[in-house]
Write a protein that binds this ligand. Sequence first.
Ligand SMILES: [Zn+2]
Length: 277
Amino acid sequence: MKVHHLNAATMCPFGGRLISGRGGLLGRAHMVCHVLLIETDDGLVLVDTGLGTADLAAPRQRLGTGFVLMTQPCLDPAETALAQVQALGFSADDVRHVVLTHMDLDHAGGLGDFPKATVHLHAKEHEAAMARRTMAAKQRYIPAQWAHGPSWKLYEAEGEEWFGFGAVRALSDRESDVLLVPLFGHTAGHCGVAVRTPEGWILHAGDAYFHHGSMAAEPWTPKGLRAFQAGTDTIGTERRRNQERLRQLKQARGKEITMFCAHDPAELDACCAGRRP
Ligand SMILES: [Zn+2]
């Protein structure tokens, strides 16, 4: 088995240091969409999808003007998960499974590029995305991204235990396991995705936190990012509680677990260089 760490969309919002935690105040910040591509016995597994080709073709219509203005996506076709899968010599149909941390537009955008994949996620998240009950839900969940009608596989019960967290097994083969680890709060059914590899465990924490500083012994998060995080919380108390649980896990077991969130470029760089963030 092999794990590839990919960036499936770069976003350059205004806000410089307030978002990135470094550089000038007026510069652009830099955020990524960290995606995993896993080569398994049962074909390719993608964890999150970033933005897809249809998002890039008509960003304002697909993603909404508000999202485009706020996050300033760079819209490079070479960054789509599909382009990177093809660059590695595979085709879209080789992606048999997509596992989603949640269904926000910057995580589910590439679903349509892999129409034959089974899409695995928490039942609560699927329900919230289909219902789109609030104004915020209508902005973050974009039905056009799953208009091709994927085959969904939904999970609810937490039958497993993962480092003190409840978890549910989604996929397994000889060398790997993929578990959904409920970390609700950012959205109603947001999960981390834990992957067992021969080299140890990986946790894709999705948007459970946004900046590596939040996981430090003395936690800190750039001010603007903290505001952005609070503004996108569905249940703030739950998100903050889960962020703290992850911080304690990282402090206690950080040498065994490669843990990262979706949007931190420093964590992606570390993973691409084969280091633990
Ligand atoms: Zn996100």
